[in-house]
Each structure stands twice: as structure tokens, then as C-alpha cells.
Ligand binder design. Structure first.
Ligand SMILES: [Zn+2]
Ligand SMILES: [Zn+2]
Length: 129
């Protein structure tokens, strides 16, 4: 019982750390969570992130570089990642235009397309300056 309670508290704190940052990596979340739970391990943070993903409370970015980034914004949206500092920003794209792209790919390949992965990469304003 205590284990369950502790898990819930951990998850709560992990969620808060995630919501307080913009698309943090597991390591960033870990650093933040450790300020409140100094004895938590990175493995525990990973496990909780996986569970939060399974329950649909958070999402993991699919196309934003080589390591995992997490998002508390569950609405369908796209990201642009800075190749220099790793900053990730949300982009507002009309989902209809990407739906059309899926349909076109479906027509061309005969696949029933269930999802797609679009990620943008470049240099952010800060890094340019
Ligand atoms: Zn940058
Ligand atoms: Zn996002």
C-alpha cells in the first residue's frame, strides 16, 4: 500500500516537472524531480514516464532528434527542434494538410496509413543571434 502511495506521489511530482518545462528529456525531468525527491533514481523516473505514457497522461516526441523528449500537451501538434541547443518548440500546422498527405501516401502505396511522423529541425532565434 505504501509503495502504491509513494508511486503516485512520484508520478505527481514527475508530471509537475514535465508541465513546468518545455518538452524536457528524461534527464531534465530527473534533475528537476531530484530537487524534491533527492533519493529518486533515473531508472524510477524512466519507469514512471513509461507508465504515464501508457496511461495517456503524457506523450513522447517521435521525431525530434536522437533522445526522448516528453510533452504534457496531448493535442496533436508538431515540433521544431534546434540542432544547436536542443530547444523544442510547438508549431501550429493545420492538421488537415497533413491528413491530405496521409491520404496521398495511402493512394500511392496501397497502405492504410494509421500515423505519420513529421519533425522539423533548424537553428533557433537565440542560437542565430
Ligand atoms: Zn538553439
Ligand atoms: Zn509539444
Amino acid at each position: 500500500m505504501t509503495t502504491v502511495l509513494r508511486m503516485t506521489k512520484q508520478r505527481e511530482i514527475i508530471l509537475e516537472a514535465l508541465e513546468g518545462a518545455s518538452h524536457p528529456s528524461a534527464e531534465t525531468i530527473y534533475a528537476e524531480v531530484r530537487k524534491r525527491l533527492p533519493h529518486i533514481s533515473l531508472g524510477t523516473v524512466y519507469r514512471n514516464l513509461r507508465q504515464l505514457k501508457e496511461t495517456g497522461d503524457i506523450s513522447e516526441l517521435q521525431c525530434s532528434g536522437e533522445y526522448s523528449r516528453f510533452d504534457s500537451n496531448l493535442s496533436r501538434h508538431y515540433h521544431v527542434t534546434c540542432s544547436l541547443c536542443g530547444m523544442v518548440m510547438d508549431i501550429d500546422i493545420d492538421p488537415a494538410s497533413l491528413k491530405e498527405m496521409e491520404e496521398e501516401v495511402g493512394k500511392k502505396t496501397g497502405f492504410d496509413i494509421s500515423s505519420h511522423c513529421v519533425g522539423f529541425h533548424g537553428i533557433c532565434q537565440d542560437c542565430k543571434g
